[in-house]
Design a protein around this ligand. Structure first.
Ligand SMILES: Cc1ncc(C[n+]2csc(CCOP(=O)(O)OP(=O)(O)O)c2C)c(N)n1
Ligand SMILES: [Mg+2]
Length: 673
């Protein structure tokens, strides 16, 4: 136990660094960082267990920051443990600097998650805690029992609706490996919190099944005691509500207190206020980027303790591995992040099946062959057909993580963020399903999965207006266009940030799932039909789906017209082509499950599939813009849906909206007049 004077000095050191980073950058958020310094210092100097020499140690404790705007606090703390240099701190928010405006996922530097969109960060922690429970149950490696997931949330995260879903899940699953600190400083960006919230947060979390501790969040001793008590809680997650002082130690230019002031939320302290503050905290305003010798010593001592802690844990892990060589080999494979080997010949597809059902067949194979896969559904498992997976396993329950299915309840964003947290934890492959129209509730998470390059699988069924009787509330129209934007957006490694696949029939669905499982460094979206779809013509070479777009079997050479679509519309084109051929027209059909992937192919290949100068007709059950890159206006026509859809049986909608072979025939003929 370190004495309070030293702990306050270390926290002040963090405050000095954080305020100075923002001052130098002339932009950023000093206030929250200064208030939270005491907690993060206690956590890192006395509790968080990691191996300084091995950042990717699978059994390490993990710290998930929710308020990414408190980046200066995290970077300063990580500088104290040697993950950032003081020079790097001084480069906050500059081009090429690792001290980005908000923290970006980089395990080697101790950053377990990208944060910024409030609410998501602590939800990842819930997912990571689930992953740790899963790994403990499925490997038996005692290290996963010892791992603790720490989360840091602020007023903004508590106000975000996702906190309800995440707290519910953590409570219902009894995640006692999760300890969350709530930096309750009564201040947010534009107001005091009392203007927008008057809930009893402690009572709320208690009601959701959490153990709650309320402390002074700037008192090292109280923080220490609370963490110890939280660690001892069994069968429940723990919340430590720390009343913190925004801008702790800050002094205005006129020498009066600058604490608990909204203005310090998102702006440099500025000029004399900055100078007064640094002096008040015991720093040197002329040379603020320093670590006090006593603080260096504190963290050197902690590094020694950690060496011993890690060595003991490695010894335990080794003993377990020696007794369980198969499981140890499997665990290594799981954490390698490599694509699992899958025998897809075991996946038997029914003819003319809905692609959601074809996906269920794939999921059944995955449940049997990929023991580290976790599948989730937001209360639609029997409709989104993730039950193909569930039937081969069982859902997680409090105290029993021997299954592999995560029933998320009706909370799509929570589910997606939990899956992201599982992927961040590592060792597991998460997938989650719901209706495509409700992908709208998940977009913020999809974007973050894409930015972090995480291979989460999003399973979206009921992909078009053919949901029919449920009416326009349930009919996705613009969703495909939205999600395909993520195929156009590149990640920082130059890859399409998301792989979006809309397979044309049951067998192409197997191909799509194989591609999803092979894709280990970006999220994959699978867009699947509710209704049955006729198989593509006999002899179709489905392996070509890997190119994103290809000519379907039975197409005529040197066609007069090329018909282009993805998903169920391809089979409508096949039927339309039959009518066109009766008039002597030569017709080729192109299935494009992923335009993004297709555009990654050689120009020659693209040209061979969609030669310039040949008439083209596109059919999409979404917005016509879906096909605009494939069917240029100068070469043809796109038939799509331009309204929200209507309530009626889907076959009636097909007729009314022109998604029939007859209308394909009619529209194509009109291009020849
Ligand atoms: C989803 C989302 N909405 C809005 C913002 C912009 N924003 C950043 S911080 C903040 C206020 C946060 O207040 P609090 O969490 O209490 O942080 P503090 O002011 O105490 O540092 C807002 C609205 C955001 N980052 N994410
Ligand atoms: Mg606040």
């Amino acid at each position: 136990m370190n004495d309070s004077k030293l702990m306050n000095l270390a926290a002040n050191n963090i405050r000095i660094l954080a305020a100075s980073m923002v001052e130098k950058a002339k932009s950023g958020h000093p206030g929250g960082a200064m208030g939270g310094a005491d907690f993060i210092n206690v956590l890192y100097s006395e509790f968080l267990q990691y191996d300084p020499a091995n950042p990717t140690w699978v059994g390490r404790d993990r710290f998930f920051l929710d308020p990414g705007h408190m980046a200066p606090m995290l970077y300063s703390q990580l500088a104290l443990i040697g993950k950032f240099t003081l020079d790097e701190l001084a480069q906050l928010r500059q081009w090429g600097s690792p001290t980005t405006g908000h923290p970006e996922f980089e395990i080697a530097r101790g950053i377990e998650n990208t944060s910024g969109p409030l609410g998501q960060g602590h939800s990842y922690a819930v997912g990571a805690a689930i992953a740790a429970k899963f790994l403990a149950a499925h490997t038996g490696n005692p290290t996963f029992e010892k791992e603790t997931i720490y989360a840091y949330i602020s007023d903004g995260g508590v106000q975000e609706e996702i906190s309800q879903g995440s707290a519910r899940i953590a409570g219902v699953l009894g995640l006692d490996n999760l300890i969350m600190f709530y930096d309750s400083n009564d201040i947010q960006l534009s107001t005091e919190t009392k203007e927008v919230m008057n809930e009893d947060t402690a009572a709320k979390y208690k009601a959701l099944g959490w153990e709650v501790f309320e402390i002074n969040g700037n008192d090292a001793e109280q923080i220490r005691e609370a963490i110890k008590k939280a660690q001892a809680v069994k069968g429940k997650p723990a919340l430590i509500i720390g009343k913190c002082i925004m801008g702790k130690g800050a002094i205005k230019a006129d020498g009066t207190s600058y604490e608990a002031n909204c203005k310090t939320h998102g702006a440099p302290l500025g000029g004399d206020a900055y100078v007064n503050t640094i002096k008040n905290l015991g720093g040197d305003p002329e040379n603020p980027f320093q670590i006090f010798p006593e603080v260096k010593e504190l963290y050197a001592k902690r590094a020694e303790e950690l060496k011993k802690i890690a060595a003991d844990r490695y010894a335990e892990e080794k003993a377990w591995a020696a007794a369980n060589p198969d499981k140890a080999a499997a665990q290594d494979e799981w954490f390698s992040g490599k694509a699992p080997k899958i025998d897809w010949s075991k996946c038997v597809q029914k003819d003319n099946d809905a692609t959601r059902s074809a996906s269920a067949a794939c999921l059944g194979v995955l449940a049997e062959q990929v023991p580290n896969m976790i599948c989730a559904s937001a209360d639609l498992s029997n409709s989104d057909k993730t039950d193909g997976f569930l039937k081969k396993t069982k859902a997680f329950t409090k105290g029993d993580f021997s299954g592999a299915f995560f029933q998320a309840g009706v909370a799509e964003l929570t589910m997606a963020c939990c899956c992201i947290g599982m992927a961040l934890h590592g060792g597991v492959i998460p997938a989650c399903g719901t209706f495509f129209v409700f992908s709208d509730y998940m977009k913020p998470a999809v974007r973050m999965a894409a930015l972090m390059e995480l291979p989460v699988k999003f399973i979206w069924t009921h992909d078009a207006f053919r949901v029919g009787e449920d009416g326009p509330t349930h009919e996705p129209v613009e969703q495909e266009a939205q999600i395909r934007l993520m195929e156009k957006l590149k990640n920082h490694h130059g890859k399409n940030s998301t792989l979006v696949l809309r397979p044309a029939d049951a067998k192409e669905t197997t191909e799509a799932w194989a591609m999803a499982m092979e894709n280990t460094d970006s999220p994959t979206a699978l867009i699947l039909s509710r209704q049955n779809i006729n198989n593509l013509p006999e002899g179709n070479d489905y392996s070509q789906a890997k190119k994103g777009g290809y000519v379907v079997a039975g197409s005529d050479a040197n066609p007069d017209v090329i018909l282009v679509a993805s998903g169920s519309e391809v089979s409508t084109l096949v039927a339309g082509a039959e009518l066109l051929r009766k008039d002597g027209k030569k017709v080729a059909i192109v299935s494009v499950p992923s335009e993004g992937l297709f555009r990654n192919q050689s120009k020659e290949y693209q040209q061979s599939v969609l030669p310039a100068g040949v008439k083209k007709f596109g059919l999409t059950a979404g917005l016509p813009v879906n096909l605009i890159g494939l069917v240029p206006e100068s070469e043809g026509k796109i038939w799509g849906l331009e309204s929200f859809g209507f309530s009626a049986p889907y076959k009636v909608l097909d007729e009314k909206l022109g998604f029939t072979a007859e209308n394909v025939y009619k529209q194509v003929n009109s291009m020849f007049q």
